[in-house]
Design a protein around this ligand. Structure first.
Ligand code: PMP
Length: 321
């Protein structure tokens, strides 16, 4: 779907994936006005297809657009575009653990070199069948805490899902891989002390009193839709959830004393995954025995049960297509 200031949103079409011709002066190539979302369509227990809270992705997309001074795509149009693609690609939704990954994105197409917001955009949705996110991972993942690079500063673009945030995180993610880890953990940009999030996931800590703690949304971390669902599901199960800052020193101390029982990360791609090992420049530590914890498994099966239409959906999160 194209946007111009004169015509608004127009020229919606569905076509096979192929190259998009671009002028080298297209402003996205210079000033990075680009935002995206990540979503999944699931095969439901009755053989149908469903999205999970797509209106939340539509809303976050609008907020990202506002932060990046881009044209706002009406939420209904966003959801309709994704629905249309899922309908057409219905037979490509895998059974079992797989899903159809959807990548809505928008970028500035206007041709100019001056530094200003563009007035022309292209909104595109890609679809691709995917399997489990961490392949060959039967258990918990390992993470590398980046004490050199941060993902987002206050007043920056951390809460927006723009390509630039991910460009800034790639070097840190490569360092994590070089240290033998699956994912990077970012600290806050001011004190380099408070845990923010992983490269593509939010994080939760389970204490020995059975409560959960997760970093608060302070404008620098992505407001994950899975994070929000987990907070709701955990509270419904009687679990106390605190949205409070948690420092790296505390993480290390709580892991050593046994006060910390489980850590897990969550996001659309990986759903929920336990974190078993933490590596830092000043030494490694394990969470419990390094295996995935009981609450992680319990919350994951509660969430997957709803997503795949096997459990009741009291919040109306499942959006049949
Ligand atoms: N943080 C970051 C940096 C991410 O890229 C993602 C994935 N979108 C998340 C958190 C989790 O968000 P969600 O649950 O909406 O997928």
């Amino acid at each position: 779907i194209r946007y111009t200031a004169a015509k608004g949103w127009h020229d919606a079409r569905v076509e096979p994936r192929g190259p998009i011709p671009m002028d080298p002066a297209s402003s996205v190539l210079h000033y990075a006005q680009e935002i995206f979302e990540g979503m999944k369509a699931y095969r439901t227990a009755d053989g149908g297809a469903a999205l999970f809270r797509p209106e939340q992705n539509a809303r976050r997309f609008q907020e990202s657009a506002r932060r990046m001074a881009m044209a706002e795509l009406p939420e209904a149009l966003f959801v309709e575009a994704v629905e249309q693609l899922v309908t057409i690609d219905r037979d490509w939704i895998p059974d079992g653990e797989g899903s159809l990954y959807l990548r809505p994105f928008m970028f500035a197409t206007e041709v100019f070199l001056g530094v200003k917001p563009a007035s022309e955009y292209l909104f595109v949705v890609l679809a691709s069948p995917v399997g489990a996110y961490f392949k060959n991972k039967a258990s918990a993942i390992s993470v590398w805490v980046s004490e050199t690079y941060t993902r987002a500063a206050l007043g920056g673009t951390g809460a927006a899902k723009c390509g630039g945030n991910y460009a800034a995180s790639l070097l840190a993610q490569s360092e994590a891989i070089a240290h033998g880890c699956d994912q990077v953990v970012f600290l806050d940009a001011v004190e380099r002390r408070w845990i923010e999030e992983l490269g593509g996931m939010n994080v939760f800590f389970r204490m020995d009193d059975g409560s959960l703690q997760t970093p608060p949304l302070g404008g620098t971390i992505l407001p994950g839709i899975t994070r929000d669902a987990i907070i709701t599901l955990a509270r419904e199960q009687g679990i106390t959830v605190r949205e409070e800052p948690y420092s790296l020193e505390q993480w290390r101390a709580d892991a050593a004393s046994g006060r910390l029982r489980e850590v897990f990360a969550c996001g659309t791609a990986a759903v929920l995954t336990g974190i078993g090992t933490v590596r830092t420049v000043t030494g490694d530590f394990a969470i419990g025995n390094g295996a995935e914890g009981e609450m992680t498994e319990r919350l994951r099966s509660a969430l997957i049960g709803i997503q795949r239409g096997r459990a009741a959906d009291p919040h109306g999160w499942v959006h049949p297509v």
